[in-house]
Design a protein around this ligand. Structure first.
Ligand code: HEM
Length: 505
């Protein structure tokens, strides 16, 4: 675009003075900008068929602003409420909450990850699984799939149980009338992923604090990647800003040190997550390099800690806000797992139907990734017809779980916490996608569900929970922000040990 005015200026230089030149240049840029705006607003634009707010047709900047504030999920929901299941949210971007189209977009044969994901990768490190698509993604996913089979997760259970017991023991020791559940759940989730991914001890529960500021660094990194991902053409420029560079390198060298400790301190053949990610069994034709395994180990911590912690906090908030459901859940739990029995017994957990309904309803209303990542038809690919709509090349497609899960077409009374909707035998599963779908869905969902069941069961067996006095529970959801993973403010809870002999659990 710019060579034209430069050329024009050069040719005109002989005849025009500098103020004329400047004027000519400004006029050129204004007419160029105006013609782009007119084209984007016109019925000739390939996305003109989709309803949109005027600002969305013209620029991506408004979404960028909402992303920066952490309100993207609410903004997109308001657009869907106004315009329906298909909305043009940027000049070359649409958002869809029509379940068949969402499924077709995400499923195998649908669209690939877009340029958005490049923001999560720095050129000083090998790309982790989240930043890959196509064959490199398939190769990496094979390794991850092995780490997440039922048999592999069975091997992780003793570590999960150990940390869940420690979590409860700390809460019991520190029990008082007001404990910040969010902080403790964060410590638990990070400690556990440190064990699983690097055989490491973050010791956050032991110290009662995040001494290295790891949680903060992770959140900063995810937030920055999410914001930068909105403007893919700026990714390499923004990544070269010294502060950004610093955080990525810090996290990476932290991972390198943990990997070294894992290799030195953990017995060969111990089947933790690292064992699979580093392919210690030697199954792959080409063994991943240490840097590659470190990158995936870091992703494991990032992907698994905040998502699980966010769900656990929302679960507690919903149950404490609905005492009738709380009592029903407690009754079910006490009848399925009698006092003194193993609270982690997977066979017994299968009989916890109401508990499972409450967990699904929590993930429906507060999906930890409310906007999900995006998919894209790259400029080099031809246009695609998806669910009968022509989607031109270059288009980015969002499938936001938060708006999809509150689409009244699939979920009657969508804003209501109503676990019974999952008990009626007609699960509205078509539109329930907290773990996404298809070849790049959440590879860790089986682990997440097992971990959450284990820790919640021991928690409810051990304590009677209420909101702390004077805690403004109603305001808690409004403190959540969409920085790719939902962040949350403190959740003050009063925990009273129950009469059961929980010391033995
Ligand atoms: C409640 C907990 C969790 C939720 C709701 C969740 C949700 C998701 C979603 C929606 C995606 C797709 C993101 C996208 O398309 O942009 C994803 C991807 C992923 N998740 Fe999870 N997740 C959870 C826990 C976990 C756990 C425990 C792990 C274990 C390490 C994990 C590892 C991953 C990885 C590695 C990916 C990338 C997969 C790929 O690109 O093939 N997640 N997760």
């Amino acid at each position: 675009m710019l060579p034209s005015p430069l050329l024009f200026s050069y040719l005109a230089a002989a005849h025009l003075c500098s103020s004329d030149l400047l004027y000519t240049y400004v006029v050129f840029l204004c007419s160029l900008g105006l013609s782009i705006v007119v084209y984007r607003l016109s019925p000739f634009h390939p996305l003109a068929q989709f309803p949109a707010p005027t600002i969305g047709k013209i620029t991506q900047l408004w979404t960028f602003w909402k992303t920066l504030q952490g309100y993207k999920y609410l903004y997109h929901k308001s657009l869907h409420d106004r315009y329906g299941p298909y909305v043009r949210i940027g000049p070359n971007a649409i958002s869809v909450i029509d379940a068949p189209t969402v499924r077709e977009t995400l499923s195998r044969g649908g669209l690939e990850k877009g340029r958005y994901y490049e923001a999560g990768r720095h050129n000083s490190t090998p790309p982790p699984i989240v930043c890959l698509s196509g064959t490199p993604h398939t190769d990496k996913r094979r390794v991850w799939n092995r780490a997440m089979t039922a048999a592999a997760i069975k091997e992780y259970e003793p570590l999960v149980a150990k940390r869940a017991r420690e979590f409860v023991a700390h809460l019991r020791r520190d029990q008082h009338d007001s404990i910040d559940f969010v902080a403790w759940v964060d410590f638990f989730a990070l400690d556990l992923m440190g064990d699983l991914a690097f055989g490491g001890e973050f010791k956050m529960m032991k110290d009662g604090r995040d001494a290295d500021g790891l949680g903060k660094q992770i959140r900063w990194f995810v937030k920055a990647s999410n914001v930068v991902g909105q403007v893919p053409w700026l990714i390499s420029t923004l990544q070269s800003i010294p502060g950004v560079d610093h955080v990525v390198k810090n996290i990476n060298s932290f991972g390198q040190n943990l990997a070294k400790q894992r290799i030195e301190n953990v017995a060969v053949g111990t089947k933790d997550l690292w064992y699979h990610l580093a392919d210690e069994a030697g199954i792959e034709k080409t063994k991943p390099t240490l840097e590659n395994s470190v990158a995936d180990g870091i992703v494991a911590i990032v992907a698994a800690s905040d998502t699980v912690a966010s769900t656990l906090c929302s679960f507690i908030w919903f149950l404490l806000s609905h005492r009738d459901y709380y009592d029903r859940l407690q009754t079910e739990l006490d009848s399925v797992i009698a006092d003194g029995e193993d609270p982690f017994d997977a066979t017994k957990h299968q009989g916890l139907n109401f508990f499972s309904a409450c967990l699904k309803e929590t993930l429906r209303l507060h999906p930890p990734l409310p906007s999900n990542g995006t998919r894209q038809i790259s400029h080099s690919q031809p246009a695609r017809i998806i669910a009968g709509k022509l989607i031109p090349s270059g288009t980015t497609v969002s499938t936001p779980a938060y708006s999809l899960h509150r689409n009244p077409e699939y979920f009657p009374d969508p804003d209501q916490f109503w676990p019974e909707r999952w008990l009626q035998g007609n699960e509205p599963s078509l539109a329930f996608l907290p773990f996404s779908l298809g070849p790049a869905d959440c590879v860790g969902q089986r682990l997440a569900k097992r971990e959450m069941s284990m820790v919640l069961c021991i928690l409810f067996k051990s304590f009677h929970l209420e909101f702390a006095d004077e805690f403004n529970a109603e305001a808690w959801p409004s403190g959540r922000r969409d920085f790719f993973v939902l962040t949350r403010g403190p959740l003050y809870v009063k925990m009273t040990p129950r009469n059961v002999n929980t010391e033995q659990l």
